[in-house]
Ligand binder design. Sequence first.
Ligand code: ADP
Ligand code: MG
Length: 285
Amino acid sequence: MGITLDGVGFTYLPGTPMARAALDGVDLSLAEGETVCLMGASGSGKTTLLGIAAGMLAPARGRVLLDGHRVDDSPSGVRRLRRAVGILFQSPQRQLFAETVEKDVGFGPRNRGLRGRALSQRVREAMGMVGLDADTYSMRSPFTLSDGEMRRAALAGVLAMKPRFLLLDEPSSGLDAPGRRLFHGLVAELKREGIGILVVTHDWEEVEALADRVEIIAGGRIVNAGDPGSAAANARLLSQAGLIPPPAMRLLDLLRERGLDLPARATSPREAAALIARALGGGER
Ligand SMILES: Nc1ncnc2c1ncn2[C@@H]1O[C@H](COP(=O)(O)OP(=O)(O)O)[C@@H](O)[C@H]1O
Ligand SMILES: [Mg+2]
């Protein structure tokens, strides 16, 4: 049970001099209950990939499947996909529009027929999940919120739809440290509930905390899929994809260049940190 992209290609402004191939032969799957981190440099196709997986963009080549059934070839298929998937955009401003936070969060469920007490309960529950106190925030205009609060309100609106799959486009980039911790706790909880989550991130701490798998995209192609530890340790791959390795990995390289007796590679940032600590401790004695 899950979403599958099979050989998906996508070009913006096709057939014009401005045509831009954004995705090329992308295979990617997201199962229920798994958390996948999508990493790639700016312009590599991450947001386009999410748009396809959410049924907002139609693939020019390849297929999109939901639970093994093709969904990109008919309006009813696209509707099924859109119902199953919640997407949080890169900029929360793009997602918020109602006069109050309560109306904004309740917009989706209301559209699906929820009314009265059931609706207000759904809204409260979703706001609670993202740490927005309903009494404090319900009546506020979403546009008076801070960037971090806006992000939470936008996420509450997505969660209020009870999606089976969540696509999050750089969700923690505007959050402070407590906001990030809350977000990581929330993702862990949603994962336990069986929701499949695809997160675009540049943050290795986030990858280590959340990812079952890391998919790396470069130039519109998935160039690597694997466990977080080996992605983090693959310096050549990361450099080809225009990604910065985790701090502990960079420190390992730097210290080795300065003559500290350290191995050429570690299998994870955690191991790199342990190796550095050992090398420094051994040097003092
Ligand atoms: N609306 C658009 N019109 C034309 N080109 C676009 C549009 N959106 C994205 N692109 C181009 O498609 C490529 C992939 O973009 P995007 O999916 O936004 O990458 P990312 O999210 O990884 O930064 C980039 O070259 C970008 O310039
Ligand atoms: Mg993007």
